[in-house]
Design a protein around this ligand. Structure first.
Ligand code: NAD
Length: 532
């Protein structure tokens, strides 16, 4: 049997030089620039023991944090806005460096949502977290009923690399406002942003342990999922989501899964085609298409198909592609492996008959750049139709009519967002209602995810649970029901003794079941008479 030492340094002494180098390499994340390919630094991978220690600190801190008033918590958390304002440009630059996204996107899609949600919850949380009086029932005369919410304890937040700042910070502030402490595991693909997250929470003066940030890879995420947390809020791929859910099932604790998408955009004959074409291009290529809510399938009625495609090509040609310093609209892909998926999907599509009308290949320069790509002649057998591409590709599908588009949009493994394009708003709303997804827009695309009033989440393989909106706070609480006897009734109809109650209870039951309220009431009065 192999001998194991408890301390990693002791274990290293028993290894060869090669093994030591390998061990050191595997305990850090080496971060490379998506723009130039240069090494930007390395970041430690948090071990299982250190994950458990972080969770223990968060558990200890939760005892005091949950006792703070909501106003105290909001006062502390609102300081995040001051920190973001003071460091806006350097944070935006570092997030761009980490992800490759344009500076405009770094502020618009990473910092701005955090501020918008803080502002929203500062006003909304007091209403959500206050005890509410509920109506009572004729079964319970003399009693008052209430509903309130209490924090769950310690929340694990495991986040992806595509919006590495906001997809960790928005759930974190939601959970903190609700009175929980949090342990955040940022993506190993974007560790520079992981450090920014740590800095932001350090700077607002939270008590020790209220927010723990643990950098690391899948092994760190797995250790966190298996640790003594009270809920896991996971954003990432379906494959990892399954593992997280399996880990959560062992204890069992609640889990929320925000997974992938293959969002449909349905363009009806009567749509404003200019606007729809611009939306398809922005919705398909913003953040280099690395969005769970990217437009990944465009269904266009055949009468307008060719005109719409011409407009899309014209708009795509106008885009500026490059690094953040080149004031680009689309940067490189963030994750090296994702560009392989994009290439494989395009290759498969072309082999099965798709036409590349624009782009189609990697850009010949250092870093992870790929051309914005427009494909037509798409069929359901293609990977580009069936799987999430998560890259700068816009597949356009010609359909006979809107009914066919709705059927195809819904006949899919994913159901995150969708959009419908028509000048007839009433019809647009009806079609939006028929889309099987968690969020839908009419004559708009993607941005609804940033509206703090709207709940966000998916159906089918896109996951379950909702955050943002009211659910964004309430999802990090347990609901408690409270009933109070005000001492107004002299006797208890349901308690012992039972003698002589059967017949009157039967009347009460029949009355209630048949909607005959006077009969039900009379029966309950009979119960009261036979009680003490
Ligand atoms: P991923 O599943 O590879 O990784 C997500 C996170 O899980 C990372 O922090 C990773 O380290 C961690 N992880 C890996 N293995 C783990 C394990 N065994 N246990 C626990 N954690 C583990 O996903 P990704 O590539 O970072 O993100 C891209 C995916 O995220 C896409 O599918 C995209 O659609 C999805 N996404 C969804 C939303 C949404 O809100 N629905 C938002 C953004 C991204």
């Amino acid at each position: 049997m192999a001998r194991t030492c408890c301390h990693p340094w002791l274990r290293l002494r028993t290894l060869s030089l090669m093994q030591i180098l390998e061990a050191l390499r595997s305990s850090v994340i080496v971060k490379k620039s998506p723009v130039t390919g240069e090494v930007l630094g390395d970041f430690p991978i948090t071990s299982r023991e250190d994950v458990e220690a972080a969770v223990a600190r968060a558990r200890k801190a939760s005892l005091a944090w949950k006792q703070t008033t909501l106003q105290e918590r909001l006062r502390t958390l609102m300081r995040i806005n001051d920190v973001l304002r003071a460091h806006r440009d350097s944070f935006a630059r570092r997030i761009s460096e980490d992800t490759g996204k344009p500076l405009v996107d770094a502020i618009m899609t990473e910092l701005l949502p955090v501020t918008a949600f803080l502002e929203h919850y500062e006003k909304r949380a007091p209403q959500l977290l206050t005890r509410k009086k509920l109506p009572s029932s004729i079964l319970f005369p003399g009693k008052s009923t209430y509903q309130e919410h209490f924090p769950m304890g310690v929340i694990a937040i495991i986040s992806p690399w595509n919006f590495p700042f906001q997809l960790a910070v928005v759930p974190a502030i939601s959970a903190l406002i609700a009175g929980n402490t949090v342990v955040i595991k940022p993506s190993e693909v974007t560790p520079i942003t992981g450090e920014i997250i740590r800095e932001v929470f350090d700077r607002i003066g939270l008590p020790k342990g209220v927010v723990e940030v643990i950098q690391g890879d899948g092994s760190t995420g797995a250790a966190l999922s298996e640790s003594a947390v009270d809920k896991i809020f996971f954003t990432g791929s379906v494959a990892t989501g399954r593992k997280v859910m399996a880990a959560a099932a062992k204890r069992p604790i609640p889990v929320e899964l925000e997974l992938g998408g293959k969002d449909a955009m349905i363009v009806c004959e009567d749509a404003n085609l200019e606007r729809a074409a611009r939306a398809a291009v922005w919705g398909g290529f913003v953040n280099c298409g690395q969005m769970c809510t990217s437009v990944e399938r465009v269904f266009v009625e055949e009468k307008i198909h060719d005109r719409f495609v011409d407009m899309v090509i014209r708009e795509t040609k106008r885009m500026r592609v490059g690094g953040p310093d080149e004031s680009a609209e689309m940067g490189p892909m963030t994750f090296p492996r994702q560009i392989d998926t994009v290439e494989a999907h395009i290759k498969d599509a072309v082999a099965k008959g798709a036409k590349v009308l624009f782009g189609g290949k990697r850009i010949d320069r250092p870093g992870q750049f790929h051309e914005p790509t427009v494909l037509t002649n798409i069929t359901v057998e293609m990977d580009i139709y069936r799987e999430e591409t998560f890259g700068p590709v816009l597949p356009i599908v010609k359909v006979r009519n809107v009914e066919e588009a709705i059927r195809m949009a819904n006949d899919h493994q994913y159901g995150l967002n969708g959009s419908v394009w028509t000048k007839d708003i009433k019809r647009g709303l009806e079609l939006a209602s028929r889309l099987e997804c968690g969020q839908a827009t009419v004559n708009d695309v993607v941005t609804s995810v940033g509206n703090p009033h709207l709940p966000f989440g998916g159906v089918k393989n896109s996951g379950f649970g909702r955050y943002h909106g009211d659910e964004g706070i309430l999802g990090f609480t347990h609901t408690k029901a409270i009933m109070v006897d005000r001492g107004l009734m002299k006797s208890e109809p349901f308690w012992f003794p039972y003698e002589g109650k059967y017949d009157v209870l039967r009347d009460a039951f029949d009355g209630l079941a048949s909607g005959n309220l006077p009969k039900a009431l009379w029966g309950f009065v009979g119960m009261l008479r036979k009680s003490r």
